[in-house]
Design a protein around this ligand. Structure first.
Ligand SMILES: CC(C)(COP(=O)(O)OP(=O)(O)OC[C@H]1O[C@@H](n2cnc3c(N)ncnc32)[C@H](O)[C@@H]1OP(=O)(O)O)[C@@H](O)C(=O)NCCC(=O)NCCS
Length: 182
């Protein structure tokens, strides 16, 4: 049974911080570029190689954002980090939005609805905050995430070819929450 909790305050993030770092380390090299090679959650330019464990630069940037944490029992099995003030000009037509900067589920609990539960909670947050869109992006060859997002109601809105690696670009996706801001 998956439970999704919100961690927005420093105190609530501190409670799950170690487990969140462990999950980031587990999925690090599945991302393109690797999370450990990034200087923050938005830039895709690799930073200087870090030899410190725990992806310090990425984790410190993520700590400034809001988190949704998927729990199975006491274990952290998935997370979404998100921001509300994304300034990416590419997404101007789909703003304001809740922009998911990091999405990850532990390998041992994939294809069991954890990702779906996390995105459902993000949709709930958007409803509560009367934010008209959810947005995110991923690399063009991330078939698992793309198939999953499209099945969840996201639409591909922009594609940037070849900005991640030769032949691998970025897809931006948006989900219309269903209401406009007053
Ligand atoms: C993308 C990711 C978050 C999906 O998480 P997940 O928990 O596996 O997602 P879900 O289980 O909710 O859905 C995934 C698939 O499993 C299926 N599924 C869900 N519950 C299921 C169940 N009980 N039994 C069988 N299949 C199930 C879903 O229908 C979905 O199928 P689809 O891919 O054909 O659409 C996960 O694969 C991941 O962390 N990937 C690595 C990191 C990553 O790429 N992050 C995004 C970077 S931008």
């Amino acid at each position: 049974m998956t439970q999704v909790v919100r961690a927005c305050s420093d105190a609530s993030k501190a409670v799950v911080g170690t487990a969140v770092r462990d999950l980031l380390v587990e999925v690090d090299v599945e991302f393109l570029p690797y999370l450990s090679a990034r200087t923050d959650t938005l830039s895709m330019k690799p930073g200087s190689e870090s030899t410190e464990p725990g992806l310090p630069a990425y984790f410190e940037a993520m700590r400034l954002e809001s988190w949704l944490i998927a729990l199975r029992g006491e274990s952290v099995v998935g997370l979404i980090s998100f921001i509300t003030d994304n300034q990416d000009a590419a997404l101007a037509a789909w703003s304001p939005s809740l922009y998911a900067t990091t999405v990850a589920v532990s390998r041992r609990t994939r294809r069991a609805g954890v990702g779906t539960a996390l995105y459902n909670e993000l949709k709930e947050v958007a409803h509560e905050q009367v934010v008209p869109f959810l947005t995110t992006r991923t690399w063009t060859t991330n078939d698992d995430h793309l198939r999953f997002l499209l099945a969840s109601g996201f639409r591909r809105v922009i594609e940037v070819p070849g900005d991640r690696a030769p032949g691998i670009g970025t897809v931006y996706l948006a989900y219309p929450v269903g209401h406009l801001r007053c």
